[in-house]
Design a protein around this ligand. Sequence first.
Ligand SMILES: [Zn+2]
Length: 277
Amino acid sequence: MLPKKHLSSAQKRKKRKQEDQFVESQRGALHKFFPVTNNVEISEDQGQEQVAEVDANEDDTEIANIDEQEDLVLAIFDPRTWGNLDNSRKDILIEKGPVREMDLQFPRDPSGRHFSYAYYSRKLSNGEFVDRKWLVYSKHVDKIYCFCCKLFKSNQNKSLLAYDGMRDWKHLSEKLKTHENSVKHLSNMSTWNEVRLRLSKNETIDDEMQREITKEKERWRQVLVRIVSIVKFLAKQNLAFRGSNEKVYECNNGNFLATVEMIAEFDPVMQEHIRHI
Ligand SMILES: [Zn+2]
């Protein structure tokens, strides 16, 4: 007998009913694979957003603080503040030298003239270009100054570059040439150089001092690690620390000093420490 190719209508109804029941039984079954409900997920997201917001606020405060510090540092480089700098700020300024801001748009005067970056270079008679390190432009007042003459000026120095700043763009080339060849300017340049050199030398001395201090701190830390270890050992074994003598490498100096001596037999840190004392 050949297998039946078609189902009877009763069988078809039964099969459809079974399929429907199966589909119904599987409703929501997918959620079993994701134990966290949607609601919880949403609230977690909100939580993360709140955390992110707090982070962002902290970042803002930090950025504001950094901005403030940068403003303070930048204020040192603004020629308008050079009249009343305290000594430490003046030292920083002298050591760092003037800061040159690039990509500035220089405003034009009524005759259409303006400052330009070309003035920062001086052409020597042999055709070589030299940087005018002393030349400072202030965008706040659209004026130029001489760094060293403004900082080290004497009472006889009446140059605008040393006082209120210059904005004579028409005669600037000649004015700069005259200024940089003047005795007062050259003397201030040499003062600037000397002070800067002295400051940078101080810095190296400080650096060395700092390195010495760090080295000494580390040495003491290492010694203390050993002393604490000995104290722990003696206390644990219930042994007396002191003897009748309190000097290293002498008889009857007790368990503590004897252990120090024992460690020094193979430990360079302890050897060095005993040599010191
Ligand atoms: Zn000068």
